[in-house]
Design a protein around this ligand. Structure first.
Ligand code: UD1
Ligand code: CA
Length: 454
């Protein structure tokens, strides 16, 4: 199928969010509402074009969607209703034959397989329009799917225009549709705004098509949770809770142990290898990738990191870094952005690493700060070692070569280079470079005197 197009309606005000951020840029499980929708559409069909109708906060929305290769946008100057919004896309899609999938930018939970099924049905039934509907416990606020006594779909009635009888209908419009492009634009132009809200309702296009002798259908295959539209922050939290649960289940099905799903927060695009164990109260966000056979948590946050196999991270906070195979982190370590911990490294209790590379097999086990440093292989960083990388204005580098032994409580005043296999005595403040294989001591000698006036 190479004649499928998509439109996402995302111009609405989002008034109920009470936010200065456009509604569709609010995030669910680490990802903007509109990104969930765009990903869903792209996964459901190979789209020739994907047009986004922007309006409210358009600058920010456009900037965001430009990251998606196949998207184009049109601007809806005045928010006159969903039919008017869709009509704005005509300039990008006129004189085309094929099928159009329309979704709203505020329904992040819809599954690609549901859209695929909707499209398949739409094509098979040769409909001019097919609405994705769903049965819900509380239909309040949604457009109702009206069928005649033979069960034939005749129209959608909005909450505000529905009769008491129609309000009882529990089959609702999800706001997701497929249209035949040949007949859509003409029908859209017939929609008027003679309703309580004075809006051009996209939903009116159904009765217009039916009256013109075209065939329409409503297919009821959406789960109630799937079609939840986010209109306020309460629904935003509901969507988050539903998606979070789904994400955890997905990982468990793929062979990840999630020991306490109720306290595990994993963003949508996170990848985790099998036989990894995620312990309670763990947050994994961004595009983090975690390998196999790792133990992560409890009480751990990992943001946008690449973590290889067999890594263990306990009670720690890791940002934007690369953690290689068999590294052990924590408890209580902070790995700050742009760090690389190579194979078999250990970073432990109350240590912080920032923008540094720590070489294979090296240890930073206790109470240390390693910043702007390059640490070689098999280096031992003693307890309380500090790289003094900052003079109040500029940052400087510390280079520690392979197999150096740094004694406890050492200050390394950068810029400074420590040669291979150097031993630095405990308590030293190192200001000058040290050549390889040396022992260096930089501290006052101890004097012990007789104690007077005891
Ligand atoms: C809409 C449907 C309703 C359906 C519900 C599902 C209409 C008239 N009603 O109601 O039948 O049950 O979705 O969630 O369509 N938009 C614009 N420009 C506008 C107006 C709206 O781009 O001028 C966009 C909004 O950003 C949103 C979508 O259209 O993405 C739907 O608008 P919204 O106001 O959220 O409609 P609902 O009241 O939720
Ligand atoms: Ca809505």
């Amino acid at each position: 199928m190479n004649n499928i197009y998509g439109v996402v309606l995302a111009a609405g005000q989002g008034t109920r969010m009470k936010s200065s951020l456009p509604k569709v840029l609010h995030k669910v499980c680490g990802k903007e509402l509109i990104s969930h929708v765009l990903d869903c559409m792209n996964a459901a069909a190979k789209l020739q074009k994907l047009v986004i109708v922007v309006g409210n906060g358009s600058d920010l929305v456009i900037k965001h969607i430009e990251k998606y290769g196949n998207t184009e946008y049109v601007f809806q100057e005045k928010r006159l209703g969903s039919a008017h919004a869709l009509l704005q896309a005509e300039e990008k899609l006129k004189n085309l034959n094929g099928h159009l999938i329309v979704m709203c930018g505020d329904t992040p939970l819809v599954k690609a397989r549901t859209i695929k099924e909707l499209l398949r049905w739409h094509i098979r039934m040769e409909n001019s329009a097919t609405v994705l509907s769903g049965k819900v416990k509380n239909p309040f606020g949604y457009g109702r799917i009206v069928r005649n006594t033979d069960g034939v779909f005749t129209e959608i009635v909005e909450e505000k225009s529905a009769s008491d009888e129609q309000k009882k209908i529990d089959e609702i419009n999800s706001g997701i549709y497929c249209f035949d492009l040949k007949v859509l634009w003409a029908a859209l132009k017939k929609v008027d705004n003679k309703n309580n809200k004075k809006e051009y309702y996209l939903t009116d296009v159904i009765s217009i098509l039916n009256n013109d002798g075209h065939k329409t259908g409503a297919i009821c295959l959406a789960e109630e949770e799937e079609i939840l539209g986010v209109n306020d922050r309460v629904q935003l939290a509901e969507a988050e809770a539903i998606m979070r649960k789904e994400i955890n289940i997905e990982h468990m099905k793929n062979g990840v142990t999630v020991s306490a799903p109720e306290s595990t927060y994993i963003d949508k695009d996170v990848v985790i290898g099998h036989d990894t164990i995620i312990k309670p109260n763990t947050h994994i966000s961004g595009r983090t990738k975690i390998g196999k056979n790792c133990v992560i948590g409890p009480d751990t946050t990992i943001m946008s990191c690449k973590v290889e196999d067999e890594v263990s991270i306990v009670c720690s906070y890791i940002e934007n870094s690369q953690i290689k195979k068999n590294v052990k982190i924590g408890p209580y370590a902070h790995i700050r952005p742009e760090s690389v911990l190579k194979e078999n490294v250990k970073v432990g209790n109350f240590s912080e690493v920032k923008k540094s590379v720590v070489g294979e097999g090296s240890k930073v086990n206790h109470l240390s700060y390693i910043g702007d440093a390059r640490v070689g292989k098999n280096v031992n960083i003693g307890a309380g070692t500090i790289t003094c990388n900052y003079d109040g204005k500029n940052k400087f580098k510390t280079i520690i070569n392979d197999e150096v032994f740094v004694g406890s409580n050492v200050n390394l005043v950068a810029p400074v280079t420590i040669g291979k296999k150097v031993l630095i005595a405990a308590g030293s403040t190192i200001t000058d470079d040290v050549l390889p294989n040396k022992l260096t001591i930089a501290r006052a000698r101890q004097i012990t005197k007789v104690r007077k006036n005891k």
